[in-house]
Write a new protein. Sequence first.
Length: 386
Amino acid sequence: MRLSATVLLLSAAAAFAQQQPYDLLLKGGHVIDPRNGINAVRDVAISKQRIAAVAANIPASQARKVVNVAGLYVTPSLIDLHAHVFQGTEGKGLAGGNSSIHPDSFALKNGVTTLVDAGSSGRRNFAVFKKDVIDKSRSRVLALLNIGGMGMTGGADEQNVADRDAEAAAALAKAERKTIVGFKVAHCRGADWTPVERGVQAGTLASIPVMIDFGEFRPERPFQDLVLKKLRPGDIYTHCFYPPVPMLDDKGVLMPYLRDARKRGIIFDVGHGGAAFEFRQAVPAVKQGFPPDPISTDVHSGSINAGMKDQLNVMSKFLNMGMTVEDIILRSTWNPAKIIKRERQIGHLSVGRLPTSLSSASSAASTPSSTPTAPAWTARRNLSAT
Ligand SMILES: [Zn+2]
């Protein structure tokens, strides 16, 4: 009798588990999943920390925990393609110094679970970055390895052309494929193309993209040549709304070479940062059909306390320029996932993938979010994470 009672109890428990296959059910939210073409009220079920089902009216009885998210957007977790998170005490500037910020201190609360560090480390200090930050963070941190050996120290090391070794950088990227998703060339001061060429060479050797921060804009190396000739399809120009970028002609019309570059497959990234975004560039560009491919922050200790603030604030700027919520989610989820070739793992809510972000869009007027030099601009809709 005792044995059969135990069997009965076990089978009752098994039946109950079958009736409740989901750990968590997000009920009644507005799901926006551009990769899967969903823009509607749907329920999202999560089991064993993975997406288990996305459907209309999943019964509440099938989940152990149910959260009513009506009135909120439910999206794939956000991806920030341009961040600086190599925080430390031994290095300098963004390269293991205090200009970088620890990812868990700001990303998750903004719905960002994947950050791509944009060149803070180079091949000589990547191991420290990996040990101290990447391996210990709850956030997923990927890296664009700086083509300069010491990364972004902000000093003479960063300008040392002799230390931009494409073959050594490519060898490290091949050995660290799980983490290194591309290369970064940044803050170029010289008149020649050597840093860009070394970055592209490394990218070709390792079959991954290169992101360019052009540094000084100099007539000896025109920006048009960078995006029309030097970069390969899939390579990224970041800071696309930075004032020195030749974007508009005298009449305020978008310059045609930009569309030609996009047709070639060049990626134009926001990389807002502290001084690399101006509405006077972005508003006419968006209006004339030239939105950014990914929306990213260039977060560091300066920009987080200035006009950039966070991923949702940058997305909200584009929302207020007239882009749709679906469009800004696309450019903060699926687009960056494709750019870094992580389509299988992140950027969408397909069954088996990792969970979601919850955000709400407030329609109340709020504080001005302009950069100090831009025309007055008051946000009417702001996203916030829940
Ligand atoms: Zn940056």
